[in-house]
Design a binder for this molecule. Structure first.
Ligand code: FES
Length: 135
């Protein structure tokens, strides 16, 4: 799959992402290398202003945890690929399909999933921009 096709599949450009600087595959873990910014002043991302709020962007779930930090992980459950949700009451990611649960760093706390969710780095820059990137 070439870069253009990958970007088209991810829907990048229609989600309000400010920039996508790098895209490729890490040889170490085969996770896509991600590097983009989310502008929380964009109405698409207003939910991130609230503790427990989350959005899906480019295959990632991005949420504001109870510690007020932002987290970004693969949105796809490692069991069979359903979209996980962030449940602020439990401070965990939960898969609605078969009940797998993950901690906020993507580690499995309850199966049937076995493998963790891949975690990306988030960094708040200039107050309203969240930089999301591969570690
Ligand atoms: Fe998530 Fe089965 S797809 S638990």
């Amino acid at each position: 799959m070439d870069r253009k096709e990958f970007i088209r599949l991810l829907g990048i450009g229609t989600l309000g992402v400010v920039a996508l600087n790098q895209l490729g595959c890490s040889k170490a873990d085969q996770q896509p290398r991600i590097d983009f910014y989310i502008d929380t002043t964009d109405p698409l991302y207003f939910s991130l202003l609230n503790t427990g709020g989350y959005v899906y962007v480019n295959g990632l779930i991005i949420f504001k945890g109870i510690d007020l930090n932002y987290y970004a992980l693969s949105q796809y459950c490692t069991h069979q690929g359903c979209d996980v949700t962030y449940q602020v009451a439990f401070n965990e990611l939960i898969c609605p399909c078969h009940g797998s649960q993950y901690d906020i760093n993507g580690q499995v706390t309850m199966g049937p999933a076995i493998a963790p969710l891949y975690q990306y780095v988030t960094e708040v820059v200039s107050g309203t921009l969240i930089h999301v990137f591969t570690p």
